[in-house]
Design a protein around this ligand. Structure first.
Ligand SMILES: Cc1cc2nc3c(=O)[nH]c(=O)nc-3n(C[C@H](O)[C@H](O)[C@H](O)COP(=O)(O)O)c2cc1C
Length: 162
């Protein structure tokens, strides 16, 4: 089915009102780290522990996840807008100056407020995206952390609680 440009523009504008957290999905190709910014991330299942991420079919990171079979979701904290913008660019040197640990076969960002290391359980078709269902093999988080948010095409933060 085809859709008009207008429908796509309205859909994108309406979806931009869905405030989300911001994550960097990381994986590797051979010895090189790979990563991209993503907002399409969701918890999926408690038994087994699973989450899902939606990645554009044409993206370099999509092919890298499919090939490596493991990825990490790195949840960004308040103030990490530069990291989010860096990993939203399609370029080869995204990890320059970015501190990571690699205890589980994929890079985990030192600045993440939570991280989930996953093995690919399923790669499902989702239109022009692929829905990767991941079995969570490790997760960690920082207590007292605050998230980076994405809303209406811009980055923001939670207002301080009263
Ligand atoms: C806030 C934000 C959220 C994004 N969320 C997603 C997402 O959920 N899925 C996706 O495929 N691309 C998403 N993108 C776009 C990718 O980050 C972008 O296409 C990136 O260049 C892909 O990296 P790669 O080309 O190195 O694979 C998002 C971008 C931004 C700025």
């Amino acid at each position: 089915m085809t859709q008009t440009l207008d429908t796509t523009v309205v859909f994108r504008a309406a979806m931009s009102r869905l405030a989300t957290g911001v994550s960097v999905i990381t994986t590797r190709t051979g010895s090189s780290p790979v990563g991209m910014t993503a907002s399409a991330v969701s918890a999926l299942s408690l038994d087994p522990l699973q989450l899902l991420v939606c990645i554009g079919n044409h993206l370099f990171t999509r092919a890298a996840i499919a090939q490596h079979g493991r990825f990490a979701v790195n949840v960004l904290g308040e103030g990490s807008e530069l990291l989010a913008r860096n990993f939203a660019a399609s370029k080869p040197d995204k990890f320059t100056g970015v501190e990571t640990a690699d205890d589980h076969g994929v890079p985990v960002l030192k600045d993440a407020i939570a991280a989930f290391v996953c093995d690919v359980a399923e790669a499902l078709p989702g239109g022009d995206h692929t829905i990767f269902v991941g079995d969570v093999i490790h997760c960690e988080h920082r207590v007292d952390s605050r998230p980076l948010l994405y809303f209406a095409g811009g980055f923001g933060a939670l207002r301080a609680p009263h």
